[in-house]
Ligand binder design. Structure first.
Ligand code: ZN
Length: 171
């Protein structure tokens, strides 16, 4: 059984992330304030939204968990702390969960057994959430032509995430 989301191209995800930035007045801001967005802005967009910070005991190896039908994002406490402190990897995890939250409302996700047993990448919710996180944290229109180190520093992401997104932006 695989989870299949409505197909969404990289470009569509870029446009969506860019809309979110624009509506928050952040289209010219390089460093996306992911925690203020999570803790203050999201609840203005969806008054039912709740953030739950859970301990290691409850979350285990899971860094974050989003249940759109319950309007809820759960974060493991070390990930929450890391993201608050600007740690790139944890900021990316938070942006990834925000991606699930917006893109994978119950109607757009289904559990399907596909013929080949393989999910098309554009329909894979994990691919989509990663693509969203990359586009939200590393805006293409501001970071085109920049070096990996510059991107990592300016956008508050890990070098690995900066490298992946740099290739995508400049291709
Ligand atoms: Zn995920």
């Amino acid at each position: 059984m695989t989870t299949v989301a409505a197909p969404c191209s990289r470009l569509a995800i870029r446009r969506f992330a860019s809309q979110i930035r624009q509506r928050s007045g952040l289209d010219e801001t390089v460093y996306f304030p992911v925690m203020p967005f999570l803790e203050q802005t999201l609840v203005k967009i969806d008054p039912q939204f709740t953030l739950e910070v859970c301990d290691m005991h409850e979350m285990g190896s899971c860094h974050g968990l989003t249940t759109p039908s319950e309007h809820k994002i759960k974060l493991r406490e070390d990930i929450y702390d890391g993201a608050c402190n600007g740690r790139g990897r944890d900021r990316f995890t938070v942006a990834h969960e925000i991606g699930h939250y917006f893109m994978h409302q119950p109607r757009s996700v289904s559990f399907a057994r596909t013929g080949t047993g393989k999910t098309q990448v554009f329909c894979d919710p994990e691919w989509q959430a990663d693509a969203f996180a990359g586009e939200l944290l590393i805006p293409a229109h501001l970071m085109r032509g920049k070096r990996v180190e510059e991107i990592a520093q300016a956008c508050g992401v890990s070098t690995a995430a900066a490298r992946v997104q740099q290739k995508i932006i400049n291709r």
